[in-house]
Design a protein around this ligand. Sequence first.
Ligand code: ATP
Length: 460
Amino acid sequence: MAEELTEYSGPATMEKITSLAKRRGFVFQSSEIYGGQSGAWDYGPMGIELKNRIAGFWWKEMTQLHDDIVGLDAAILMHPRTWEASGHVENFTDPLVDCKKCKSRFRTDMVPEENLAKKICPECEGELTDSRKFNLMFKSHIGPTEDNAGLIYLRPETAQGIYVNYKNIIQSNRMKIPFGIAQIGKAFRNEIVTKNFIFRTCEFEQMEMQYFVKPGTDVEWFNEWKKRRWAFYEKLGVKTDHMRWHQHGPDELAHYAKDAYDIQYLFPMGWRELEGVHNRTDYDLTRHTEYSGKDLQYIDQDNNNDRYIPYIIETSAGLTRTLLMLICDAYDEEKIDSDSSGDSADEMRTVLRFHPVVAPVTVAVLPLMKKDGLAELAQDIRSELKEDYATDYDQSGAIGRRYRRQDEAGTPFCITIDYQTKDDQTVTLRYRDSMEQERIPRADLAEKIRQEIKAYKRGR
Ligand code: ATP
């Protein structure tokens, strides 16, 4: 086995990623004109395309390709008892300390032990308060008065919406164990420390799938879902030497979990959690039975009407965190040494090597010149491709510069229209990764691109 990487050594830095994301319309700071809102980010034209495509890919992989998994879109606002039953009211806390002098706030586990012992602020050497627990759920009130009767939480995870609907889904869709419920949606956490761009934010999106199994089969299913979730990232072409498993030790294990593994990714700031695969046992459904008074047992009609509370295997990934991971993973800088085709020599290019299934723009159409009817011809070709692909059109500047712009946005295919196109209806298809070009008939374009997407393998 290859030795595990200890440090990120690629070309990306968080500064470069943040700046590219803003420059190219992936991610903007929330409420920037007011100085920004910490913990919140806005997804621009490229960002929303990328986010939607990641979500679409996950949805297809987790529902369409599995006969035993169905989808759900539960409300963000849930009955407050949900969060008592789930343990979040009591346990969803981070320990924190404040500096009395500079007013900085730290998660206790992030403060060097020496500072904690002496109660010295790691930033200004002022005095630290005692460590206290801080609940990460955002609270609000529903209705006209701000009293406890109207207390409501913004959900801190999408999972609970799945658990409280599990019986509805069995009944409406005749699901039989083992089966899964998938959901993508917003979650909110009052994170004490939000840094590293969109890695940890107060408002984010999760892609969760909860798989309901018979007790006793849980370990087998847990291992199966670990394999499948790893394969998901492989299919997206993510660098596997930048991925590893991390098993939760006894002090990390959540109150509900029997076993838990994270897939970690080597970000420019180091190894960090990307997704969790958890064996949540029968904790959640047992607690919801207790708190709601409803019988949440599964009745196994194929086995003498056996009754049991299912165990749950959870796969929980951050959508926005996956987006950051994919930008970091795709980011590359490369010296160009051939100028055969509009790519000028000795120039550096920045390229996002997204898998074409998630690239915000799949095909860019570029007329070599605006004049002599080439622009109109290019627009015509673009409108043909629009039905099948996300397209872009660019007619301004030298062709090499236009390729550079598309490379930086991660567009896998560029089509160039020139005078020959007028004569013989062929176009040049340029590949982002290799920068190779080939001439193909206009009529074959849509099918050719479809095949290229299906066969895509990342070169570097
Ligand atoms: P962390 O240890 O990073 O705080 P966690 O273990 O609390 O994460 P889970 O509750 O297991 O995370 O959430 C599942 C996934 O949701 C995480 O793997 C991550 O991808 C995403 N996620 C969790 N918290 C945040 C956040 N504040 N911002 C962005 N994504 C998040």
